[in-house]
Design a binder for this molecule. Structure first.
Ligand code: AQP
Length: 327
C-alpha cells in the first residue's frame, strides 16, 4: 500500500521560493512513491480579504505553477479545496470537538489577526480546524510542509487522537514531513521574518515568476550582515538565509558553497546566487507560460482531481458522521 500524502498552498498571492523550498520541492519527490493529493486551498485564502476576480485567477495560476514546478497530474491529484464540500463539512464536525483554548494559542492566528485592520473574522480563528479536516479526510500518512505549519499539524494530530478516543478508531493520525535545514526561508529584507506572499515589502520575497532582472535586483539588494565572511552562523542570519537558498537550488551542501566562496565578496556571492536562481527558475517560468492560458487543460486536471478526491473523502466523512450519530 502506498503512503498517502496531502499538502496545499493558499492562492492568496504570488507563490515564492519559500513555498517552493518548504513545500513544492518535497512534493515533486514524494509524488513518485505515494498517493499524493495537492490541494489549492482557496477556503483558507478567504480567511483574509480577497478580491473575488483575482482569487479566481490565482487558483488557475497556482494550478499552472504546481505543474510548472514538476507536479505531474498523471501521478498526483491536484484539486481546488472549495470544489470538494467534504472539507468544510468535516471542519464543522471537528469544530464540535476542538478546545477553544487550543485555537487561541495558535501563533499564526496571533500573527495574522494583528495584521487585519478591519478586525479579525471567525474563519481565521478556525483555520487550523479546516486544515485538520483537509488532512484527515484522506487518511493521510504524511504532510510535507514548511516549519511554520508545525503547530497546525500538531493540532491535527490532537484532533485525530481525540476523535478516535471518543468515537472509536476512524481517522489516521498523520505525521508532519518537515525538512530541517530548509524548512523556513526568511525575507531577503528582514532575516528574522519568514518570506511570505503577504509581505508588505516586495523586495523581501522572490516570486517563482519574477523575471530575470527582478530576481537579480532582489538578490543584489538583499540585506547582509556585518563582516565579510560567507558562512552559515547564528550571528549571520542574512548570509545564512542566502546560503540555505543557494544550497537548495544548487543541491550542494552548505560546506561546499562556503568553500566555493571562501575569500570572495558578498557581491560575488550574490551574483552567483542570482545566476543560479535564474537558471533554475527559467524552465519553471517557461513551462508556466506555455500552459497558463490553456484553461481547458487546467480545468480538466482540476475536475479530475476533485472527482477523485471526493471519491476518497466521502468515505471518511460518512464514517465520521455515522460515529457522531448523524444520518
Ligand atoms: N518562507 C517559507 N519557508 C519555507 N516554507 C514556507 N511556506 C510558506 N512560506 C515559507 C510553506 O508553503 C506552504 C504553503 O503555505 P501557505 O500558502 O498555505 O501559507 P503560508 O505559510 O501562510 O504562506 P505565505 O507565503 O506566508 O502566505 P500568506 O502571506 O498568504 O500567509 C506551507 O507548507 C508552508 O509551510
Amino acid at each position: 500500500m502506498k503512503k498517502v500524502i496531502f499538502s496545499g498552498i493558499q492562492p492568496s498571492g504570488n507563490l515564492h521560493i519559500g513555498n517552493y523550498v518548504g513545500a513544492i520541492a518535497q512534493w515533486v519527490k514524494l509524488q513518485n512513491e505515494s498517493e499524493a493529493f495537492f490541494c489549492i486551498v482557496d477556503l483558507h485564502a478567504i480567511t483574509v480579504p480577497q478580491d473575488p476576480e483575482t482569487l479566481r485567477e490565482k487558483v488557475l495560476d497556482t494550478a499552472a505553477l504546481y505543474i510548472a514546478c514538476g507536479i505531474d497530474p498523471k501521478k498526483a491529484h491536484i484539486f481546488v479545496q472549495s470544489e470538494n464540500p467534504d472539507h468544510p463539512y468535516l471542519a464543522w464536525l471537528l469544530n464540535c470537538i476542538t478546545p477553544f483554548g487550543q485555537l487561541e494559542r495558535m501563533t499564526q492566528f496571533k500573527d495574522k489577526s494583528k495584521k487585519q485592520q478591519e478586525g479579525t473574522n471567525a474563519g481565521l480563528f478556525d483555520y487550523p480546524v479546516l486544515m485538520a479536516a483537509d488532512i484527515l479526510l484522506y487518511q493521510t500518512d504524511e504532510v510535507p510542509v514548511g516549519e511554520d505549519q508545525k503547530q497546525h499539524i500538531e493540532i491535527t494530530r490532537d484532533l485525530a487522537e481525540k476523535f478516535n478516543r471518543d468515537f472509536g478508531q476512524t481517522v489516521k493520525v498523520p505525521e508532519a514531513l518537515i525538512q530541517n535545514e530548509t524548512s523556513r526561508i526568511m525575507s531577503l529584507q528582514n532575516p528574522t521574518s519568514k518570506m511570505s506572499k503577504s509581505d508588505n515589502d516586495p523586495m523581501g520575497t522572490i516570486n517563482l515568476l519574477d523575471g530575470v532582472e527582478i530576481v537579480s535586483e532582489k538578490v543584489a539588494k538583499a540585506v547582509t550582515d556585518s563582516g565579510t565572511e560567507i558562512v552559515k552562523r547564528e550571528d549571520k542570519l542574512a548570509i545564512s538565509n542566502l546560503l540555505t537558498i543557494h544550497s537548495v537550488f544548487s543541491e550542494s551542501s552548505i560546506q561546499e558553497i562556503e568553500k566555493e566562496y571562501k575569500g570572495k565578496s558578498y557581491a560575488e556571492f550574490k551574483k552567483g546566487l542570482a545566476d543560479l536562481l535564474n537558471k533554475k527558475l527559467d524552465p519553471i517560468r517557461e513551462k508556466y507560460n506555455s500552459i497558463r492560458e490553456d484553461v481547458k487543460f487546467l480545468r480538466q486536471i482540476l475536475d479530475e482531481g476533485a472527482s477523485y478526491a471526493r471519491s476518497k473523502s466521502s468515505k471518511t466523512l460518512r464514517e465520521v458522521r455515522v460515529k457522531m450519530g448523524l444520518g
